[in-house]
Ligand binder design. Structure first.
Ligand code: CTP
Length: 399
């Protein structure tokens, strides 16, 4: 996702500096060209060679270090001006103070001054150092000048204290980089609502009727939309997946709750994608107490839930795009095309439960995008890549 992007990692002298090796490696795996500038104190926690091996680029510690890959330009300028994004993590009180006050007395504090790209700073230090009003004042000043502050996490700190000041998980830092630097922001200014996961219809205080949906497709759609700059609301049934960063999540259980949340969010949405596996039926009555077994068999009376996609299609605003999903075990394209017409949707993403690599629980999917103009068969793709193809298609139809 970062192919062609130049990411500058600034590492200052906190114990969490060692974690940045993982961050560098994860960014390289996303095909970023990663350059690392360290303070001399950072080099006491992790060696420059570690970053050099991982990034295959020279690591800079001294303001007068030369740049083998660009001998023409002055390194302390070109490293900053050439970056698409700078991430400073861990950022000690010292480097924060220097940047906030325009001090440029080492390579790291110097490269940020000429930079014109987004600069993300993750303060990481002892909780009392972090709470110090001077440090807080410096952080506020950085925010005022447009630096993006990544809030430190809370927990057990290496100094033995409990509290705020931990460097967040490496994957979280990478996600913050992706959100700023990955993908064309072609959904910027658009409001996108995605539904995901199963619903749970209660029978009694203990039992529910649900399905096998993992929520992976809907969460991937929400993440893809956020990465492309959309303002995203994810209405999610119960899942074990972590919410994508930068997405507003509304947690629901029942089909009725999903109807309420989706309908409300759809009022101002430009695009709605119903990826949730919504129950079509719910128990006609929910028992107050646990239903006790008897000797004979039993039947549970069920009543219909509201069809959310149908309601969205019937109440579609001018210019609004409504996309549904369709899961079938037979006559996939025929049944899915019928849903497109019946529910007044603009697109149906059809996936067959019988194909290997498609459907519930797995990280991949094989979709056919059905619109009024025809059908587009997608190959086996990761659910994130499939999500991007869905938004590519939607954008080609609304622009
Ligand atoms: N859907 C919905 N509300 C429901 C049931 C389904 O909005 N009560 C949406 C799903 O989120 C999906 C689409 O409708 O986007 C198609 O769901 P699917 O279960 O495949 O089809 P159904 O409409 O339920 O039709 P059938 O049960 O006959 O296959």
């Amino acid at each position: 996702m970062l192919a062609g992007k130049n990411i500058l990692l600034g590492v200052s002298g906190g114990i969490a500096a060692y974690k940045m090796a993982n961050v560098a490696s994860m960014l390289v795996k996303q095909h970023a060209d990663v350059h690392v500038v360290m303070t001399k104190n950072a080099a006491k926690f992790i060696t420059p060679e570690t970053f050099e091996v991982l990034t295959r680029n020279k690591v800079y510690l001294d303001t007068f270090d030369e740049r083998p890959d660009d001998p023409v330009h002055v390194p302390h300028i070109s490293l900053g001006t050439g970056a698409d994004l700078i991430l400073i993590a861990p950022a000690t009180a010292d480097i924060i103070g220097k940047i906030a006050n325009g001090i440029a007395d080492d390579m790291l504090s110097t490269v940020v001054l000429p930079a014109r790209c987004p600069i993300l700073i993750c303060p990481s230090m002892n909780v009392y150092m972090l709470e110090n009003p001077i440090v807080q004042d410096n952080i506020e000043k950085l925010k005022r000048f447009g630096y993006e502050i990544i809030e430190p996490a809370e927990g057990y700190l290496a100094c033995g204290y409990e509290g705020k000041g931990k460097l967040p998980e490496e994957s979280y830092l990478v996600e913050r980089v992706l959100l700023r630097a990955a993908c064309k922001k072609d959904l910027a200014g658009k409001r996108v609502v995605v539904s995901a996961g199963p619903t749970e219809e209660p029978l009694d205080p203990i039992r529910v009727i649900t399905n096998h949906s993992s929520g992976k497709m809907g969460y991937a759609l929400a993440r893809a939309a956020a990465l492309r700059g959309a303002q995203v609301t994810l209405v999610s049934g119960p899942t074990s997946i972590k919410a994508p960063y930068g997405v507003k999540v509304e947690h629901i259980h029942t089909a009725e709750e999903m109807y309420q949340q989706v309908t409300q969010a759809a009022e101002t949405a430009d695009i709605v994608v119903m990826a949730a596996a919504v129950a079509d039926y719910t128990p006609a009555e929910v028992a107050d107490q646990k239903i006790k077994k008897s000797d004979g068999d039993m039947a549970i009376p069920l009543k219909r839930t509201k069809d959310i996609l149908l309601s969205l299609g019937q109440n579609k605003r001018k210019g609004q795009f409504i996309c549904g999903f369709s899961m079938e075990t037979e006559k996939l394209l025929e049944n899915s095309s019928a849903k497109l017409a019946k529910k007044n949707a603009d697109m149906i993403c059809a996936n067959s439960l019988t194909q290997e690599g498609a459907g519930y629980q797995v990280d991949t999917n094989i979709l056919t995008l059905i619109t009024r103009d025809g059908q587009e068969q997608l190959p086996l793709l990761s659910k994130l890549d499939a999500s991007h193809r869905i938004f590519d298609k939607i954008l080609s139809m609304i622009d």
